[in-house]
Design a protein. Structure first.
Ligand SMILES: C[S@@+](CC[C@H](N)C(=O)[O-])C[C@H]1O[C@@H](n2cnc3c(N)ncnc32)[C@H](O)[C@@H]1O
Length: 194
């Protein structure tokens, strides 16, 4: 089951809090999510490279860009949500954010209309989003764990018919995921910020 950030972090059970504190070792949430990705060195390198926090003014600028193009927005997806900061701006009905690692998840506070899932973005199959926003990881191909790349490529090949070459960087995988997850008249706007 995916782990979801409650609106009130202090309401979590001690067991949930302990799991959230867990590292990437056996039995931890992150360990489970990344089990097939590759060596622990490769996974740590990838996760380190991902940790870029978007300054608020850029989050606001990205939303301005979106709302210039769309005045009414129903469902928003964010496939590298971090602490869910993109959910705190913009006018929309629902936001669904994915985050792979536990860092910042425990302290994430999201509005009531937003849900933040501690889960790999490539697991779920969404195809009805109006908008895809966020700042997905920009990690070069050499630093993508082999298992991560294989799984993401096969999901994208099945869903879009596109076969990414081994030279693609993480942003390209996430952008294709955004295209596959938005409606035919949807908007995919994850800028390359990192
Ligand atoms: C560049 S950071 C942006 C974080 C936040 N959205 C922000 O703008 O500050 C990218 C985020 O994507 C997350 N991430 C990387 N791979 C992921 C995956 N397969 N599924 C879900 N989240 C992932 C990382 O943990 C990191 O939090």
């Amino acid at each position: 089951m995916p782990r979801e950030a409650p609106q009130n972090p202090s309401s979590r059970s001690p067991a949930t809090q302990a799991r959230a504190r867990g590292g990437r070792g056996t039995g931890s949430r992150l360990g489970d999510l990344t089990r097939d990705w590759g060596t622990s060195a490769a996974i740590s390198l990838y996760l380190e490279r991902c940790q870029v926090a978007t300054p608020e003014r850029l989050v606001e600028a990205a939303w301005r860009h979106v709302t210039d193009a769309r005045s009414v927005i129903g469902k928003v997806v964010d496939f590298g949500a971090g602490d869910g900061r993109f959910s705190r701006f913009g006018r929309y009905e629902h936001y669904l954010g994915y985050k792979i690692d536990d860092a910042a998840f425990e302290h994430a506070v999201v509005p009531k209309r937003a849900r933040l899932l501690n889960q790999c973005a490539f697991w779920d199959e969404i195809n009805d989003a109006d908008v895809c926003v966020g700042n997905p990881p920009f990690v070069r191909n050499q630093d993508l764990p082999r298992g991560w790349r294989e799984r993401a490529s096969s999901v994208l090949r099945r869903r879009t018919g596109v076969s990414l070459s081994g030279l693609a960087n993480a942003w390209q995988y996430f952008f294709l995921l955004g295209l596959a997850s938005t409606k035919s008249d949807g908007l995919c706007d994850p800028p390359r910020l990192s």
